[in-house]
Write a protein that binds this ligand. Structure first.
Ligand code: MN
Length: 306
């Protein structure tokens, strides 16, 4: 069995097929991992999703910000009461994915599949962690797995709609502040024996928002390691604004661990840290689609955007 990991596919189905053909991918033997954002902007989202679904246990795509954004639109759509407001909502969307999937007979199955995709994928034998945006500069690899699992449980539960309607926020941006608030709450709880259920629910939501942002949206952080989401500049231009690529400030990766991420096409698949691998080479922006082999991360297969 070989394990491959492909960068952000963004609905570029033809390029994905060409990459898999180039390595003679065996759907019954090999494993295909993906850095997330399997859809969004690109030409063939449905075929891409169906390809991942058809591979069953032989493919795992972690959640990207575009994948979660589709799920959020789905959540809004299904909570609208009548058919005409639902139609209006779909027609008003910039992205085509929701409309395309809703037109399928097996749409429920497709959304169930998308909701079940993990936030992180870990290969414990190879000591590899895969996420869409990378590893928070305030986290270790095991923090990411614990926090990712917390988000996954909510995505798959009947609290899905609640979470979708609260998920998109830039704050909180600091993990250490969340931990301090959590410690404070525990202390008060112990001292006063008060009912702190509502406060702890607020803290849970803060953790979930931070985790989604760290795992799927992050590019830059500030000197104090808080995350920043507005900067669209490259790593060098951002430096003059006191911003650092997250991987420069990341200290949570042990010497024998490797983190693989996508999300940042401007890096063109290059990350200066030896054990942090960038795989998004901007296929949907007329760049290329890149895939690596987990047995040898120096090997890269690429297909130029068609
Ligand atoms: Mn992304």
């Amino acid at each position: 069995m070989r394990t491959f990991c492909v960068g952000d596919v963004h609905g570029c189905y033809d390029e994905l097929k060409a990459l898999l053909d180039s390595v003679a991918f065996d759907p019954n033997e090999d494993l295909l991992l993906a850095t997330g954002d399997i859809i969004g902007r690109g030409p063939r989202p449905l075929e891409t999703i169906r390809l991942f679904m058809s591979l069953g246990k032989h493919a795992v795509a972690v959640q990207g910000n575009h994948d979660l954004s589709l799920l959020r639109n789905y959540s809004i759509w299904r909570n609208l009461r009548d058919a005409s407001s639902r139609d209006k909502f779909v027609a008003g969307l910039k992205s085509r994915e929701l409309g395309i999937i809703l037109a399928q007979d097996d749409r429920e199955e497709i959304f169930t599949y998308l909701r079940s995709n993990p936030m992180c994928y870990s290969d414990p034998a190879r000591r590899i962690l895969l996420t869409h945006a990378g590893l928070s500069p305030e986290w270790t690899v095991s923090d990411a797995l614990i926090r990712g699992a917390e988000v996954e449980r909510v995505l798959r539960s009947d609290r899905f709609d609640w979470f979708m309607s609260n998920m998109f926020a830039d704050k909180p941006d600091s993990w250490s502040k969340i931990l301090k608030a959590d410690a404070r709450l525990r202390r008060t709880d112990k001292l006063l024996k008060k009912d702190t259920a509502s406060k702890s629910a607020t803290l849970e939501l803060k953790r979930l928002i931070y985790s989604v942002n760290a795992l799927t949206r992050m590019r830059f952080c500030r000197e104090d390691l808080s995350l920043e989401f507005l900067c669209k500049d490259g790593p060098e231009a951002a430096r003059s604004q006191g911003l650092y690529p997250w991987y420069e400030k990341c200290t949570g990766i042990a010497g024998d661990e490797t983190v693989i991420f996508g999300h940042w096409a401007a890096l063109q698949g290059q990350c200066p840290r030896k054990n942090i691998i960038a795989l998004d080479t901007g296929c949907v922006w007329k760049g290329s689609l890149t895939m690596t082999n987990l047995d040898n991360l120096r090997i890269r297969h690429t297909v130029a955007a068609g």
